[in-house]
Design a protein around this ligand. Structure first.
Ligand code: ADP
Length: 178
């Protein structure tokens, strides 16, 4: 994992790193870019379920399906994290209004963290894989949603965005520096 950028906002450290969401050992909760059924699949969801083991899918079965913009929380099982917060991002061009639905994911995830006394969370770039959300637009929505939600309380200490590809890191960094 490589720390690329950080800033402090209302008592919370916001970090951007290049890395793998399943290897964030120092955060209490990681966020899954889930599918509606909360099942393994590809990308982030596949990696998280592989690392957590089959018990994660067992717990998820009782919570599915979820709608775009919604989030649910489970245990982390074999992951180094106590919790997984599963968010369903919008499919770009299909689930509308996509900006609002994507923002809801980030905000609901932070709200769930707060309700569960979680102080550190790592997010992947939700909806920017198979769901096709353009990265620059997604970065703008993500950052604004996080700032809006953090303005409401000081309880979260750390929010980390984990970008898988160098190019995505550059895009997020440009948005975050503005
Ligand atoms: P979605 O279905 O919400 O688009 P994906 O899992 O397809 O979710 O992809 C979301 C983003 O996460 C993409 O930018 C992809 O490059 C990135 N990604 C894929 N695997 C990982 C991983 N193991 N850790 C962090 N990010 C990942």
């Amino acid at each position: 994992m490589r720390l690329m950028f950080y800033r402090e906002v209302n008592n919370t450290r916001i970090e951007l790193v290049k890395g793998d969401i399943t290897l964030q050992e120092d955060v209490e909760a990681i966020v899954n870019a889930a599918n509606a059924e909360l099942m393994p699949g590809g990308g982030v969801a596949g990696a998280i379920h592989r690392a957590a083991g089959p018990e994660l899918a067992d717990e998820c079965r009782n919570l599915a399906p979820i709608a775009p913009g919604e989030a649910v929380i489970t245990e982390g099982y074999k992951l180094p994290n106590s919790f997984v917060i599963h968010c369903l991002g919008p499919v770009y061009g299909v689930d509308k209004p996509e900006e609002e639905l994507l923002a809801n994911c980030y905000r609901r995830a932070i709200q769930l963290a707060r309700e569960n006394k979680i102080k550190s969370i790592a997010f992947p770039a939700i909806s920017t894989g198979v769901f096709g959300y353009p990265k620059l637009e997604a970065a703008k929505v993500a950052f604004k949603a996080v700032l809006d939600e953090l303005a409401l309380s000081k309880e979260i200490n750390l929010i980390r965005f984990v970008l898988f590809e160098e190019r995505d890191l550059d895009i997020f960094q440009k948005v975050f520096e503005d």
